[in-house]
Design a protein around this ligand. Structure first.
Ligand code: C5P
Length: 222
């Protein structure tokens, strides 16, 4: 039984910094960490490589169920190959939000995500961690920042990786992805009332991490 294992669910839009915050919160508490976006990215890269049409739900969900993936040494592996960089390209990011709109794909990934729930606890980040995957989470956070700040953060990341990108294109890509993630009928990106709102526009990573930990301690007394 894993019902008693605590979960912190951190949801929010692209490039909000939720992944970095979630990972640091997990490290501070000694909890496991689930980057659910990585699962959707791996499912998408797998479909692209196998030439499964992205709008054909049945074969897409079938390929997703059979994914051969692992998270090891801080890297992502697909069919034994290190695809950590390959899943982060802008092309895969854009295709992922199309794939993630499929209810069948979401269903195919549901149990895989729940398998990350192991003692002593889990910090999970994504779009529907608090609403669908871990509805009983001890703490739910909706973490965001204004679109200009998010675009700057993403742009900086891309430049650091040696990938050139125009700021205007980065803003446009974020807007389109967030619009698609928010408009889909199944598990849309949304600030639900049971999630605490954390705007990181004017916060450092340390401040955002500190806030999540403070909320968790208030909730649980740990
Ligand atoms: O979090 P990240 O930007 O890596 O997620 C990539 C895409 O995966 C998102 O744009 C979204 O379409 C999808 N996703 C999702 N549900 C999640 C996590 C990610 O639909 N829980």
């Amino acid at each position: 039984m894993t019902n008693h294992v605590p979960v912190i669910a951190i949801d929010g839009p692209s490039a909000s910094g939720k992944g970095t915050v979630a990972e640091r919160v997990a490290a501070a508490l000694g909890f496991h960490y689930l980057d659910s976006g990585a699962l959707y990215r791996l499912a998408t890269l797998n479909a692209l490589r196998r030439q499964v049409p992205l709008d054909d739900a049945v074969p897409l969900a079938g390929a997703t169920r059979e994914l051969e993936i692992s998270f090891r040494d801080g890297k992502l592996w697909l069919d034994g190959e290190d695809v950590t960089e390959a899943v982060r390209t802008e092309a895969v990011s854009a295709a992922t939000s199309r794939v993630a709109a499929s209810p069948q794909v979401r269903e195919a990934l549901l149990e895989r995500q729940r398998l990350f729930l192991r003692p002593p606890g889990l910090v999970a980040d994504g779009r529907d961690m608090g609403s669908v995957v871990f509805p009983h989470a001890a703490l739910k956070v909706f973490l965001t920042a204004d679109v200009g700040t998010r675009a700057e953060r993403r742009h900086k990341q891309l430049m650091e990786k040696g990938m050139c990108a125009k700021m205007a294109d980065v803003v446009e890509e974020l807007r389109q992805r967030d619009a698609r993630d928010s408009a889909r009928p199944v598990a849309p990106l949304r600030h639900y009332p049971d999630a605490l709102f954390l705007d990181t526009t004017a916060l450092t990573i340390d401040q955002a991490v500190g806030q999540v930990l403070a909320w968790y301690r208030e909730r649980t007394g740990n």
